[in-house]
Design a protein around this ligand. Sequence first.
Ligand SMILES: Nc1ncnc2c1ncn2[C@@H]1O[C@H](COP(=O)(O)OP(=O)(O)OP(=O)(O)O)[C@@H](O)[C@H]1O
Length: 268
Amino acid sequence: MSALPFIRVSNIWQQYGDQVVLEGLSLDIAEGEFCTLVGASGCGKSTFLRLLLGQERPSKGRILLSGTPLADEPDASRGVVFQRYSVFPHLSVLDNVAIGLELPRAPLLGRLLGKAKREAREQAAAMLARVGLGHALDKYPSQLSGGMQQRLAIAQALIMKPRILLLDEPFGALDPGIRKDMHGLLLELWNETRLTVFMVTHDLSEGFSLGTRLLVFDKVRHDPHAPNAFGARITYDIPLNSGRRAAIELLPTHLVDSLQADHQGAQA
Ligand SMILES: Nc1ncnc2c1ncn2[C@@H]1O[C@H](COP(=O)(O)OP(=O)(O)OP(=O)(O)O)[C@@H](O)[C@H]1O
């Protein structure tokens, strides 16, 4: 019998009331893959991330992590970064990262004391230096640029040493130059940690250039009399080795055009 994959998504359906959002998603993901997720706005990409995070349970089907059903609640094996509002505004940069180490170890007091506290803060400071925020430990998120806030959010997720990193349009609100810097940082961190990454993006070229695998979400069945009756499926699952990255021409023109129009709409 062959070994189970790191993640197995097995015939997932997700429905809210009478609205089917995802239908019949099945895929196997090896540890260390970097999956980029693209698709029209509202087709269920963030929903899929929430299912992987364990924030929601699918209406049907199941997700196995190393052969075991996903825990009902998010846990430290999965880190998450959103487009905005991932960090705590009332905590300093250092505390934003240190708190992840402190809370689980001191659930009653909420804070560690003495040596344990010093060690947690040293680890947090080292992680912040790694993402380029070593000079900003005492600042508050409102004093940081958008790019710096996303560096902080990434540090906050990585300090917990997750095996899976979920990124929901993490660079969607950033200027192109800053996005490029963030791409470089993310690829460096991924190379160092060999995390399994799932990243939603509206930017098709970002999806092609960062990922090792591009997943396209699309609704293939439509009923004009019942617009909610059908959900999205994964219609393309394209492996992107280094030679095939940026190979947008593999996709049909109408799909590229509609995704790019969506991306431009989102940026306007
Ligand atoms: N908790 C919920 N209850 C009801 N409907 C929901 C819920 N979560 C998502 N939806 C609906 O599911 C659909 C898919 O939403 P989702 O945010 O996953 O799409 P998306 O592809 O990530 O969109 P975008 O690219 O615009 O971020 C939307 O119609 C949304 O309104």
